[in-house]
Design a protein around this ligand. Structure first.
Ligand code: AQP
Length: 332
């Protein structure tokens, strides 16, 4: 069976973008693929984390997966650091990754900003760790949002470099799966910036655990323009904030953008926003409530992660042993 690997960083503030661009799509995939869903805590450490928050956020992402409908008996759910093979393979792959490939990564440039010299090595080599995550399990498909596409292409290049260097076909070249309407949910405050956990403005995102009043407030405060909504998707060009809200409505309702505009075209945002917030509350509310409920039972969450780590570790150890043989690492 084809294998899926994907993950979310436990960096807090899980939001609508993480849900629509990633987690929601995984739920459907679990019936057709052998699925491994990771909480990528080593990746989170590329930015300073408070220990208590990291632990809490790791449990929160786990609860989000389950509350969204991922079945922990069917899929492997675990936190990355619990399987040492991720770090080991990241080193091995780092040894065959040219700096030139990493220098092209736009996410590093965006995140390091003007303080490039002070950025950590981990932030720079983040895509190599991501390649290790995927290749450790020989995953064939990786569902990601548009923003991660470049990293996934690098994973394919690294897999190819390994196969060529050792004259083997050990690694399959993982395929990206960009799924759903909302592959890039934008900030509610700026239609040209991605909705992100690290945006300092809480009003830029709808969190998965926001209650109905908070969702309604954030939608009400969302930036818009003074024009009525157009009657077809073409009319959203050069209107990034309007396009984003219509996109979110389409993704949450399962309608096409044209169908949404067929219903709301010609109406002002004062009419569209309440419909959008009702829809967001209806879709996210039950998931947020289930997350809160699950998070009260720490033993349950930790037990799921422990069992997941055992299952993932078994696959990882077998693949690492095969790689040691291929590379020539002696295990006397
Ligand atoms: N705005 C988004 N729209 C669609 N998909 C998104 N994803 C993230 N933001 C959006 C998808 O969520 C998955 C997990 O992302 P992540 O948390 O591991 O890393 P990220 O992409 O860096 O997420 P953030 O929210 O932007 O976090 P910060 O602010 O910490 O960098 C991925 O599949 C991603 O595509």
């Amino acid at each position: 069976m084809n294998r899926i690997f994907s993950g979310v960083q436990p960096t807090g503030n899980l939001h609508l973008g993480n849900y629509l661009g990633a987690i929601r799509n995984w739920v459907a995939l679990q019936h057709d693929y052998d699925c491994i869903f990771c909480i990528v805590d080593l990746h989170a450490l590329t930015v300073a984390q408070r220990p208590e928050e990291l632990r809490a956020n790791t449990r929160e992402v786990t609860a989000a997966y389950i509350a969204a409908g991922i079945d922990p008996d069917r899929c492997i759910i675990f936190n990355q650091s619990a399987v040492p093979g991720h770090s080991e393979l990241a080193w091995l792959l780092g040894c065959i990754t040219p700096l030139g490939w990493l220098n092209r990564m736009t996410q590093f440039k965006e995140k390091a900003g003007r303080h490039r010299e002070n950025a950590g090595l981990g932030l720079y080599s983040y895509p190599v760790l991501m390649a290790a995550d995927i290749l450790l399990y020989k995953a064939t498909h990786v569902p990601v949002g548009e923003d991660q596409k470049q990293h996934l292409e690098l994973s394919r290049d690294i897999a190819g470099a390994f196969n060529r260097q050792y004259d083997t076909e050990f690694f399959p070249l993982p395929e990206p799966q960009i799924l759903g309407e909302a592959t890039r949910v934008m900030s509610l405050r700026d239609g040209s910036a991605k909705m992100s956990k690290s945006d300092p403005s809480a009003y830029s995102r709808i969190n998965m655990t926001d209650d109905a009043d908070t969702i309604a407030l954030k939608v009400r405060k969302a930036k818009t323009d003074p024009e009525p909504l157009p009657s077809e998707a073409k009319g959203l060009e050069n209107r990034p904030e309007a396009a984003n809200l219509v996109n979110i409505y389409a993704a949450l309702s399962g309608m096409s953008k044209d169908a949404v505009l067929n219903e709301f075209g010609g109406k002002m945002f004062s009419a569209f926003k309440p419909a959008l917030s009702d829809l967001a509350v209806a879709k996210l509310g039950p998931i947020g409530q289930e997350m809160t409920h699950l998070l009260k039972d720490r033993g349950l969450i930790d037990g799921i992660l422990r069992k997941g780590a055992e299952r993932a570790g078994e696959i990882a150890r077998a693949h690492m042993a095969q790689m040691h043989d291929i590379i020539g690492i002696l295990r006397p």
